[in-house]
Write a new protein. Structure first.
Length: 294
């Protein structure tokens, strides 16, 4: 018994087509169910608390949102510990070099980093004697790192602490394959002196959003002052008086100037017209009172 006995070839063909169509349809539905629907679900899931980036937290991608850091003073260092190369210094220099310099100067300091090809002038090749503008000595390299080379691609790295810049200079020198000219003794002594005498101040660092907040606070309308003593008696509108005192320079010459300036504009400036009756002594104490705040 064969299937041809029941259906003509045309009918079989038709059935085959229907079968294939249904199969393809099922595949499409399955694809939709197993791939599209789950990913839509994941994409539309409301963020859980842990996923919301917190300001200042690590992982927050806005580069201006670094956490606030209080400034500090790095105590002066013994020049000997930074002016002579030690394995630790060179090691420290190498770490900093890998982070800050390698993309231009290349892993071996040959001036062949990934960004070097398009640069003109090319980054310095530390292994060779040619081309140094500030010089290949410690003083010269330190100067380059502090101020950069104007007009070229070499920026200042003054955000790196002085001691670390010195470590970088030693690392740069460790790449030299030439006889360095002798160091200028006077310049080296001067450099040593700055290390010995100056503690380095590392300033406070706050995220940009906090800085903006502070700026807005600073420039918004002044808080109405609490006036006491004589001022409490003669000020009718503390808010207006505060704005006037802050913006006007006419009164700053002394009690007499204050009396004249106040009376010229009272009561528009927040002072009472009756202040005209104040004695010179009272103007004096009024002056010292407002002077303290404005
Ligand atoms: C963006 C690329 C770039 C980066 C990053 C860079 N440099 Fe340079 N550097 C240059 C270029 C370009 C020159 C050559 C400038 C010139 O000749 O005017 C140069 C020159 C120098 C010189 C030679 C100065 C002289 O006396 O002629 C020193 C030393 C140096 N760089 C050290 C460093 C160190 C150390 C770092 C990392 C802290 C660094 N550079 C990072 C591009 C770079």
């Amino acid at each position: 018994m064969r299937i041809e006995d029941y259906a003509s070839p045309e009918e079989l063909k038709r059935l085959g087509t229907v079968f294939m169509t249904v199969l393809v349809g099922l595949c499409v539905v399955a694809l939709f169910e197993f791939i599209v629907v789950p990913s839509l679900r994941i994409a539309n899931r409301p963020p859980s608390g842990a996923d919301i980036p917190q300001q200042g937290a690590t992982g927050w991608l806005d580069p201006t949102e670094y956490p606030a850091v209080r400034g500090y003073v790095v105590p002066p260092v013994d020049p000997k510990t930074v002016l002579t190369a030690s394995p630790e210094l060179v090691q420290r220099g190498q770490e900093l070099y890998a982070k800050n310099c390698v993309q231009c100067h290349g892993p071996d300091g040959l001036g062949d980093g990934a960004s070097a090809l398009t640069m003109d002038p090319r980054p310095r090749n530390f292994s060779q004697a040619a081309g140094w503008k500030n010089g290949s000595g410690l003083v010269g390299i330190f100067k380059t790192l502090a101020g950069g080379i104007p007009g070229g691609g070499m920026a200042a790295f003054d955000f790196i602490r002085a001691k670390d810049r010195m470590a970088l200079a030693h690392f740069v020198q460790s790449k030299a394959m030439f006889q360095r000219p002798p160091e200028d003794a006077a310049a080296l002594a001067a450099l040593a002196k700055t290390f010995a005498s100056a503690g380095e101040v590392v300033s406070n660092k706050i995220p940009v959003s906090l800085a903006m907040k502070k700026l807005v606070e600073e420039y918004s309308a002044p808080k109405p002052l609490v006036f006491s003593g004589v001022t409490a008696r003669v000020v009718t509108d503390p808010e207006r008086a505060a704005v006037w005192l802050r913006n006007s320079t006419a009164w700053r010459g002394g009690p007499k100037a204050l009396a004249e300036a106040v009376m010229a504009q009272a009561p528009g400036n927040g002072f009472a017209v009756e202040s005209a009756g104040l004695s010179p002594a009272e103007w004096g104490s009024l002056f010292s009172e407002v002077r303290r705040t404005f």
